[in-house]
Design a protein around this ligand. Sequence first.
Ligand code: MSP
Length: 644
Amino acid sequence: MEETSRETFFITTPIYYVNDVPHIGHAYTTIIADALSRFKKLSGNEVFFLTGTDEHGQKIEKSAAEKGLKPIELADRVVGRFKNLWRELNIAYDYFIRTTQPFHEKGVQKIFQRLKDKGDITKGIYEGYYCVSDENFLSEDVPLEDDGHKVCPDCGKKAGKVSEACYFFKLSTYQEPLLEFYAKNPQFVRPQSRMNEIVSFVRQGLKDLSITRTTVKWAIPVADDPEHTIYVWFDALHNYLTGIGYDWNLELYDKFWPPSVHLIGKDILRFHAVFWPAFLMAAGFPLPKRIFSHGWWLKDETKMSKSRGNVLDPHAILRTFGPDSLRYFLLREIPIGLDGNFSHEGFVHRVNSDLANDLGNLLQRTLTMINNSFGKSIEHMDEENFQDTVLRTDMESLKEKVFNHFEDYAINRAMEDVWVYLNSVNKYLAENEPWKLAKDASQKNRLARVLYQAAAAIRAIAYFIYPVMPDSAAKIWEYLGESGPVTDETYNDLAFNNFKLGQKIQKPEPLFPRVSLKDFLKEEEAKSGKTVKEEQMNIVTFDEFKKMDLRVGEILKAERVEGTNKLLKIDVNIGTEHKQMVAGIAETYTPEDLVGKKLIVIVNLQPAVIRGVESQAMLLAAEMEGKAYIPFFVEDIPAGAKVL
Ligand code: MSP
């Protein structure tokens, strides 16, 4: 048979700075990339998954000096930690690039030279403020503080003045070509809200970018002017080219370039969606197909980062729960574009309930019942007399849904749908009561049918969860008597009755440990010597809840509170009287949007004065990415109606 060439899929993570030991935030991007790669492989693509480390620049230079190390010694040490963590998390990358590798340094110098020869890089003098922590030049609008420095709007650290001769990249020349490119590729950045952000940023005008320094020594020198070293972001972004073989393995490069998706956190979107395509256009490379910008994991509602000192060490969780629980939690808990708050309580609850209870129990019960009634395998099943095919047909539609969700980066939705199906298998067992059928010899055929269907459904579930939980999927596969790896079956070939009669099942070990929150925190404390704060959910009694007077309010008037961008002053009719309230919703709604709308208002809250305006009531709204969204009534409910 003639071999058909498979579609290629090239996926990348950011390359991580080596001043920082890896934390849950870094693990998050890498786990998403791993799950998507595994899914793409199942669905028949030839995948290349690139990750690595960003090792040059002032930040690393400074960090190493503080530790009494040479920069490369620090880099070697931290690279080891990243690689270890990726191994423990079952990350199957194809290549790990380090920007200190000679082929990368040569590649960057070569491209730099090409742009210089072409006139896109020219010499000048840079005057401005530089944030070492973000390795970023601040925009001119950032105000100057009294003591002569500026404060970085992204990380809050001081940025010092820099004035030196340097090379500029003519970013301004690429404003129009970039806008044209975005217009032609409206899905270049996802989610959509981030695409809009980038378009409006570029529309405001692009300044030329300083891309060399004379005071930073730990960096790649400009080949023909080595007094100057190359800006760490110019260096780092080109890892995506050198990591796929440019220009030392052109066969690999030709096969996979351009990238199918650069996965990044929203903190580094501008570098990827503006600077990077401009550099590539200038050097004449085809542009990446997609930049997917994910949200942040927060701890206590602030971004987890080393500089904020609130990072969580994934090892702590891995020791107790293993890789799959962490992978599942991070991917299941939030949609990829949004932020999520990490709490130990949320984590333990999710893995105990979904993994230990729902999935673990179903597997254990089903295989134990097969074992008790049929020994190692179900050899025979009466197809003709039983017409219950719902698990089979639902599996077919689940197969399509899961596929579409993965294609759309909605891994959380894929897992949600798998769990809906999983619970329907539990329901099927509850309704058919195989434990009763097992006691009645005349029901042997029926029993075989019920247990076969449950096992076949579990096999399909194992397949669907494989990209997210490769270890557990492989174990289930083995317990069900499969001899090869999960990846032997392509997504296309997956079918309910690929679970064969006569397949020799095994008695499973419990897949997921059930650990109580208390025990988990206790163990953490013993190991780290630190007190781990237990995030308790506040319980409100019904009597306490009843004290709140919630009413339907009708908005009569709304206006902006002077001197603020976020606040609106709203007059609301609550039936018996009118009240005035101040709400932080001006970024989502204009006053005209609101007049006449009906919503839920807490009317007996103690009044407060906000920005000089008295607020006598409060509205209910959901928060998403820092903006508030109000649930309005669609029905015409009279103002003042009680909300129970
Ligand atoms: N070295 C640059 C990237 C260069 S890419 C050409 C860099 N490195 S970093 O070590 O700071 O890693 C940033 C990335 O780590 C983020 O874009 C994101 O992918 C991940 N995360 C770091 N903290 C995070 C959270 N708290 N939450 C989610 N992801 C975050 O920037």
